[in-house]
Ligand binder design. Structure first.
Ligand SMILES: Cc1cc2nc3c(=O)[nH]c(=O)nc-3n(C[C@H](O)[C@H](O)[C@H](O)COP(=O)(O)OP(=O)(O)OC[C@H]3O[C@@H](n4cnc5c(N)ncnc54)[C@H](O)[C@@H]3O)c2cc1C
Length: 153
């Protein structure tokens, strides 16, 4: 499946909707370009509040915001929920994992970083539990919610 922008305006693809990606996408608002924000989730995770969520000071719903809400007034931006797995820089194509192709004129890579465990073995499972999305919406958040639901303190 091939996707084209059908526009003479430059197409800017932003990979990642964290602080960097959201600010990059917002910066396009008054430009003569069209943008597509690609993120694996439909919401931004506001990482500095993870402590509060994990300790139940804050409901999960209040940590982060849905992209559709963040960009509801930005007509030149499309949000695409997809995991980006490849970039063909010579042909300027991004490859989401669903096999489709997203063409771009410019690409901004804002996919975050890998957290270091500094080779401290005891930290590794804690880190995975904290931030691995497959372990709930947010790992340790999922753990907290499951404990809450099951009545385990
Ligand atoms: C618990 C905690 C507390 C923190 N507290 C503070 C603080 O008080 N002050 C401070 O300045 N910083 C703090 N930080 C650090 C700060 O949150 C990060 O520096 C910041 O979130 C990085 O932003 P980013 O946009 O680079 O990446 P991220 O916020 O990690 O965003 C990356 C985005 O890219 C998406 N993504 C990744 N790979 C792909 C892919 N292949 N395809 C599609 N989408 C993808 C992810 O879903 C994510 O939405 C804290 C971090 C943590 C974990």
């Amino acid at each position: 499946m091939m996707e084209t922008t059908h526009s003479a305006r430059p197409h800017v693809v932003v990979v990642g909707g964290g602080f960097a990606g959201i600010n990059s996408a917002h910066a396009l608002a008054h430009s003569d370009a069209d943008g597509t924000l690609v993120d694996r989730h439909q919401y931004q995770t506001f990482q500095p509040l993870l402590y509060q969520v994990s300790s139940d000071y804050l409901p999960a719903e209040e940590d982060g915001a849905a992209f559709r809400s963040v960009f509801r007034r930005q007509a030149n931006l499309t949000v695409r929920i997809a995991v980006s797995v490849s970039i063909d820089r010579s042909d300027r194509k991004l490859g989401p994992e669903d096999g489709s192709t997203l063409e771009y004129d410019y690409v901004i890579l804002a996919a975050g970083v890998e957290t270091s465990s500094f080779d401290i073995a005891a930290i590794i499972p804690l880190k995975q539990r904290a931030l691995d999305p497959s372990n709930g919406r947010l790992g340790w958040l999922g753990l907290t919610m499951r404990r809450r639901r099951s009545g385990v303190a």
